[in-house]
Design a protein around this ligand. Sequence first.
Ligand SMILES: [Zn+2]
Length: 149
Amino acid sequence: MSDIVAANRDRLLQAAVEAKAFAYAPYSKFRVGAALLTEDGEIIKGANIENASYGGTICAERTAFVKAASEGKRKFAALAVTTDVASPIAPCGMCRQVIREFCSLDMPILLAASSYMEKKDGVKELTLEELLPYSFGPEDLDRDRAPPA
Ligand SMILES: [Zn+2]
């Protein structure tokens, strides 16, 4: 774990818990909070924002990334995610791909159990590569390829 992540680990996990309080989840009742740590030590929070159309729903992780990226923040050191579930819950497939767009494969992703604030425990730590092995990313578009027929 890099110095910046170690120094901000608890702050980042706490921010994910705070973000969860603003989840808009009237349909699933499944609240999710995410917090992104930039390489500058800034934290950007996100919560899941559901929609009556269902398809318009945006996950907490993507909310955080879109908030950050749309403000010019594109370099991240870690991501934390938490829910109301007693065990750590991992990002959905679509969010994993969005994380892949902006983060290195060795970036830590901290998945916190709902009891994190009381126990300061129950955190599963994975890298992006562990969450999304054999992934496709921006650099793959630069690969040599046969011209279209
Ligand atoms: Zn998701």
